[in-house]
Ligand binder design. Structure first.
Ligand SMILES: Nc1ncnc2c1ncn2[C@@H]1O[C@H](COP(=O)(O)OP(=O)(O)OP(=O)(O)O)[C@@H](O)[C@H]1O
Ligand SMILES: [Mg+2]
Length: 160
């Protein structure tokens, strides 16, 4: 399991990590996005959208389960599984999105843990501590073999 920690010091840097990643993602990519309230999940997803060339405004999909953006290099499917706490994930036809023409981002993936594909990226966002408002640890982990190289060669914002 290849894993990399990137410290970001602003929302812009977190977006930059997402943007850099998105430029290299193949179609059919599944990304699980973890993090507490305000950790930066939507911020990171905005970066992904930018990296895919999407100009539409990215908003949280909480009340819709899925938002789709089709104006980029690849479509972006942004899913929030929060409301699937009591099941129902199996009825969504997720397999179709796992092997899709685009990039699928899933928040609250713990509710559909038993439905996940073999290859996926996990992106976890964490605040450094209470005092520091603008520092986040972004941890990217490749599950399966497909994304190992990608994670290994991802640059930290300061390296660019
Ligand atoms: N290093 C950083 N990375 C990401 N966001 C940061 C950072 N520093 C400060 N922020 C701010 O933290 C907030 C993150 O909000 P965002 O909506 O992305 O979080 P979220 O995880 O989607 O929250 P929610 O669970 O409520 O949807 C934004 O206001 C952003 O400007
Ligand atoms: Mg959000």
């Amino acid at each position: 399991m290849e894993s990399k920690e990137i410290i970001t010091h602003s929302a812009a840097e977190t977006q930059q990590v997402g943007e850099q990643l998105a430029q290299r993602l193949p179609k059919g990519t599944v990304i699980l996005l973890d993090g507490d309230l305000g950790a930066g999940k939507t911020t990171f997803t905005k970066g992904l959208a930018t990296g895919l060339g999407i100009k539409q405004l990215v908003r949280s999909p909480t009340f819709t389960i899925m938002r789709e953006y089709h104006d980029g290099r690849l479509p972006l499917y942004h899913m929030d599984a929060y409301r699937l706490e009591n099941g129902g994930g199996a009825d969504l036809g997720l397999e179709e999105y796992f092997d899709s023409d685009g990039v699928l981002v899933i928040e609250w993936s713990q509710w559909i843990a038993d439905l996940l594909p073999a290859d996926y990226l996990r992106v976890s966002l964490k605040r450094a501590d209470q005092e520091d408002e603008a520092t986040r640890t972004v941890t990217l982990t490749a599950h399966g073999t497909l994304f190992v190289q990608l994670v290994a060669t991802l640059k930290r914002p300061a390296d660019e």
